[in-house]
Design a protein around this ligand. Structure first.
Ligand code: GLY
Ligand code: MN
Ligand code: MN
Length: 438
């Protein structure tokens, strides 16, 4: 069903923007196959991000064929009405409902695809379609291209060129509109509420699974439909595993708990990491270690404004964190040598940032003409430095073994600088302790 607060004009506006870039061509975006693992048992379905981005339509089994400048322009294939199926699976719009409610120019049942798609492709000079996303539809699509070629008869023309739509869509999704930013901020706000809730909940003896439950509860009580990705709830040595996903250990006194979790609002997701002591009070060693990461994160945030070259965020992070590794006694020698030899990668092995939006690692190019691109207003990304010292690292000072700290905020570039959309989740040690005391 369409949420009542979703104005379909938003999606028409997005299509209009795409139109300028693909004039003369058609864009074909299928839903991805719904997952049915056991007979008649359905699992959560999330619409293909690009399909939702351009239509707002959430049902599986749908395909957008968008042909700017042609008549009809926006064509949508959808699941047909089916009273029997609907008593089992729930409401479907069907072609008539989809046309009336979503403002498409023409709608068909998905069962008419084979007979209609070739005709829709005949008048265009190229087709924007991503292969290998939906292998069933790949076959339907290839067949339609071939039938369209046949129908051109004695013209001698071959198959239409197929162009990857992700280039156009990536560039467009990278430049967030005011509406995108509004939805992104809401996702960030609810995500931050989840982090505050787990700080209040956590104490020695709780299980990571219960912490995850508090996240889910908080997110859904704010009417978010789902998490944006699998939450990482990692206590103790688990915090040193970057993509820890077991979330099943007891959180113990004296350990850190690292929580990397975000939730969705209208398909935009937050991506926040906070790390805090299970017992609510930073030990001296924990504070020393944590503040190195916090210092790095704030230094990087201070750099962000239009014009800054994206890769400079990572270069600066490496410098600051490598300096910290020397101060903490994790590495020896000079900062320059530790960077040159890549020794820093042992404790900081990942990037400091990625685009964020409707996918947690959002679509969008990081380079322009082969060069790392400069930040522009409306770009949204994370800032997430971290330090990780596994418990079995005998070369590290004993006091830091088993500590993993990452601090991750979500940033939108503004005309004059940037705005931190996740500041509400505490990250100063004193603020975290204050929240955990209550
Ligand atoms: N949560 C995934 C990431 O931070 O990139
Ligand atoms: Mn991230
Ligand atoms: Mn994250």
């Amino acid at each position: 069903m369409r949420k009542p607060d979703l104005d379909i004009k938003i999606f028409a506006d997005r299509r209009r923007k795409i139109a300028e870039k693909i004039k003369g061509g058609a864009m074909v975006i299928p839903a991805h196959p719904a997952l049915i693992r056991n007979h008649d048992v359905h699992y959560e379905y999330r619409q293909d991000t690009n399909l939702f981005y351009l239509t707002g339509y959430e049902e599986p089994g749908s395909v957008l064929v968008y042909r700017p400048g042609q008549n009809p322009e926006t064509v949508m294939f959808v699941l047909p009405k089916d009273p029997l199926r609907e008593t089992w699976d729930g409401f479907r719009y069907g072609p008539e409902g989809a046309k009336a409610e979503f403002g498409f120019d023409k709608t068909y049942s998905i069962n008419e695809m084979d007979s209609v798609l070739p005709d829709l492709l005949m008048p265009v000079d190229r087709v924007y379609y991503r292969l290998y996303q939906n292998s069933d539809f790949d076959k339907t699509f290839a067949k339609a291209l071939d039938v369209a070629r046949e129908k051109l008869g004695r013209s001698g023309l071959g198959l239409k060129p197929v162009v990857d739509p992700f280039e156009v869509l990536g560039e467009m999704r990278l430049m967030k509109s005011p509406k995108d930013i509004e939805w992104q901020k809401k996702a960030c706000e609810i995500s931050a509420e989840g982090h505050i809730a787990v700080m209040k909940f956590t104490k020695p003896g709780v299980n990571e699974r219960q912490v995850e439950a508090v996240l889910r509860h908080t997110f859904m009580m704010h009417q978010s439909p789902r998490m944006g990705y699998n939450a990482i709830v990692a206590s103790g040595n688990g915090s040193t595993t970057l993509h820890y996903n077991f979330n099943d250990q007891e959180c113990r006194d004296g350990e850190f708990l690292l929580v990397d979790a975000g939730t969705e609002w209208n398909y935009f997701t937050g991506d926040i990491t906070r790390t805090f002591p299970v017992n609510g009070k930073f030990s001296e060693s924990q504070k020393k270690f944590y503040n190195c990461v916090l210092f790095a994160q704030k230094e990087i945030l201070n750099m962000i404004k239009p014009g800054l070259v994206f890769k400079n965020l990572q270069t600066a992070t490496i410098k600051i964190l490598t300096q910290a590794m020397l101060e903490l006694g994790l590495l020896k020698g000079s900062v320059e040598d530790a960077i040159e030899s890549m020794a820093f990668k042992k404790y900081y092995p990942h990037g400091v940032s990625h685009w964020l939006g409707m996918d947690v690692h959002d679509l969008g190019p990081y380079t322009l003409n082969g060069e790392s691109r400069a930040l522009e207003p409306g770009m949204i990304f994370t800032v997430e430095p971290g330090l990780y010292v596994p418990s079995n690292d005998e070369s590290a000072p004993a006091e830091f073994r088993g500590m993993g700290v990452r601090i991750e905020d979500n940033i939108v570039v503004t005309e004059t600088g940037h705005f931190n959309m996740t500041l509400k989740a505490p990250k100063e040690t004193s603020d975290i302790e204050a929240v955990m005391r209550n």
